[in-house]
Design a protein around this ligand. Structure first.
Ligand code: GTP
Ligand code: MG
Length: 306
């Protein structure tokens, strides 16, 4: 009689300062774009779960549920406070915690504060030093010893989330470390995000990547219509909400060139993700104080009163 193999499954929380590469890492480990990435800080606004299925050496299955979080920083605005609060919210329930650090950045007070705060909840911290492709080997070695002398990490990994170096070793370790538990998601599921929110995020990513200064931090994207046509193509209508009227002409660009370019970039990504033709319709609307509207927080699981 064949014996059913035991399975493992658990949660891994990824924490770090803004721009350290958390979302890039989750996308690389999951093998699909589930969380948006940009060169700007504070790109991720809410927690995103990415599901990574792995076959262990004894042929049993392990499911690692990675939680991407907004970067941690000292927040002042309501939205920023809600984002930072969301970043900490899952720590208590997770089985493992990764602290990810951009090796080109120093071990500053903010970074030390975050590590101390994590330690209060979970003493075993996995250190992931990211962006090793940007640092010379000698500098990397001194960075490693700086971190190791500061804290006794459960394990240290050197990776480039962008090109995948070191990521296989990391995922193997995580998969092996998960507790015995039935699989929580089927093997086709890569993320917990509803498709409409993922689609809004993709357009927000293009806006983050192409707009300057404070503009991206003051906008929100909502998917308002999602109609599947007979030929399986999808009509998606989205509105970009801005809280300053003066931002409208900047987003639209001269004769609408800017919004057109953003729309094309977003559509191309959406077609790759949803594997079908997409007709994307973008609108820009002024919505006074959208950051003060509780429903905009609830939709994405943020605490308005954080
Ligand atoms: N060279 C290099 N760049 C990387 C690497 N990982 C991430 N990046 C870049 O770093 C920037 C930030 O990456 P994100 O994944 O958005 O960082 P994040 O930690 O999720 O940022 P927030 O959501 O703002 O907290 C992007 O421009 C990435 O392309 C890496 O391994 N090497
Ligand atoms: Mg992010």
């Amino acid at each position: 009689m064949s014996q059913k193999l035991n399975t493992k499954s658990g949660f891994v929380n990824i924490l770090g300062v803004p721009n350290s590469g958390k979302s890039t890492l989750i996308n690389t480990l999951v093998g699909s774009k589930i969380s948006i990435v940009s060169h700007k800080v504070q790109t991720t606004r809410f927690c995103v779960r990415g599901i990574c299925n792995f076959t262990l050496s004894d042929k049993s299955q392990s499911q690692v549920i990675l939680i991407d979080t907004p970067g941690v920083f000292s927040a002042k605005r309501r939205l920023d406070k809600a984002m930072v609060s969301a970043a900490w919210s899952e720590l208590g329930h997770s089985d493992k915690v990764i602290f990810i650090h951009d090796v080109t950045k120093s071990l500053d007070d903010n970074t030390i504060d975050i590590l101390k705060k994590i330690e209060k909840v979970k003493v075993n911290i996995i250190l992931v030093l990211n962006k090793i492709d940007l640092l010379k080997k000698e500098k990397l070695l001194s960075k490693i010893s700086e971190f190791k002398s500061f804290y006794n990490f459960e394990k240290t990994f050197l990776i480039s989330a962008k090109n995948g170096n070191g990521c296989k070793e990391l995922v193997e370790y995580l998969a092996f470390s998960m507790p015995s538990h039935p699989l929580m998601y089927d093997d086709q599921t890569v993320s917990d995000l509803p498709q409409s929110i993922l689609a809004s995020e993709i357009t927000r990513e293009k806006l983050f990547q192409s707009l300057n200064k404070e503009l991206p931090y003051n906008l929100m994207v909502e998917t308002e219509k999602w109609d599947v046509n007979k030929d399986k193509s999808i009509n998606i209508q989205q509105t970009i909400y801005i809280n300053k009227n003066s931002h409208k002409p900047i987003i639209l660009g001269k004769s609408g060139q800017n919004i057109k370019r953003i729309g094309i970039l977003s559509r191309k990504d959406l077609e790759k993700l949803f594997k079908t033709k997409i007709h994307l319709f973008l609108f820009v609307k002024f919505k006074k104080n959208w950051m003060e509207d509780p429903s905009n927080y609830k939709n994405i699981g943020l605490d308005y009163n954080a």
